[in-house]
Ligand binder design. Structure first.
Ligand code: PAF
Length: 294
């Protein structure tokens, strides 16, 4: 695997591949790779082209008081995992490469509305930080196809919207969430939890499953379902930010009988903020064949 830190070297290597007709497949990450990330890299293997992974802990997407300083950095282990998967190139830009004049005054990419909703309410500026760095990485790597986990469903929607609005020539692929046997969605932040919190954490996914079942049965009282799920999480020991039922296609508030839904939740457990979501596909009016897809 080729490891590159400098932008000039990346551009030269990508240009060489392009000259020989290779397509570029891209998986942006913040490192501390787990099975969820590796699934993205494996998914990319199913496409024709060269696989590029980036590791950059992006300060712009962390708010004041968030975990930027303590975010796990495990480059040696990450490199070994990517080597093991036969990844072609690892791009590890320095902060000066991404923000040459510093972050203050840097051009920003803001996807309106979507970025201020749900997690955006609790993490102001987060999705602008994500959209800005992903736009910048796209301009550096110039991928044909890029892969993002569905665990960060709102992030995936923000990126899809940015790509559509700015006519970026890249195809975005969403990859299903990788879960631990308990159902807990894999995340670099899971390691912040102590033993007791880890035992409790799968409850978040169980609540999403319970909501999906209720929706599948035809229950359409979205506010009541959300409120009950939030109360149950609260009683179990979480501090939920939100539980919300949305239209899967664009995260808008759903009308009654909406067939394509996603249930999203964010909740704090000790000092860890967990997010998760579950898609729900239902039949039309009458809801004959409810099915929850995970
Ligand atoms: O999902 C992540 O790891 C990050 O938000 C991303 C997309 C790499 C941007 O920093």
């Amino acid at each position: 695997m080729i490891c590159i830190e400098r932008l000039e070297d990346l551009r030269r290597q990508v240009a060489d591949w392009r000259r020989t007709g290779e397509r570029i497949l891209f998986v942006p990450t913040m490192g501390n790779l787990h099975e969820g990330h590796l699934k993205l890299v494996r998914e990319a293997k199913g496409y024709r082209g060269r696989r590029v992974v980036s590791i950059f802990v992006n300060p712009m997407q962390f708010g004041a008081g968030e975990d930027l300083a303590s975010y796990p950095r495990t480059l040696t282990a990450d490199r070994a995992l990517l080597e093991g998967l036969g990844n072609d190139l690892l791009f590890i830009p320095a902060e000066e490469t991404i923000y040459p004049g510093g972050q203050a005054g840097h051009t920003e990419v803001r996807v309106p509305d979507l970025s201020e909703d749900l997690c955006g309410t609790y993490r102001p500026g987060h999705f602008t930080g994500v959209a800005t760095v992903v736009c910048k990485l796209f301009n550096m790597v110039r991928p044909d196809v890029a892969f993002f986990g569905e665990k960060d469903f709102q992030q995936l929607m923000v990126i899809r919207r940015m790509v559509a609005d700015l006519a970026m020539p890249v195809e975005i692929i969403g990859v299903a969430t990788e879960r631990e046997p308990s159902g807990l969605a894999m995340s670099s932040r899971n390691q912040y939890m102590n033993e007791a919190e880890r035992r409790l954490a799968p409850r978040l996914y169980q609540e999403l499953q319970a909501l999906a079942e209720a929706l599948g049965r035809g229950d359409d009282d979205y506010p009541a379902l959300e409120l009950m799920a939030k109360l149950r999480l609260d009683e179990a020991g979480f501090r939920p930010d939100y539980v919300s039922i949305r239209r899967a296609e664009d995260l808008c508030l759903p009308v009654r009988g909406e067939p394509h839904l996603v249930v999203l939740a964010a909740a704090r457990l000790g000092k860890t903020r967990l997010i998760d979501n579950l898609r729900v596909e239902r039949g039309g009016p009458g809801i004959a064949t409810p099915a929850a897809t995970f």
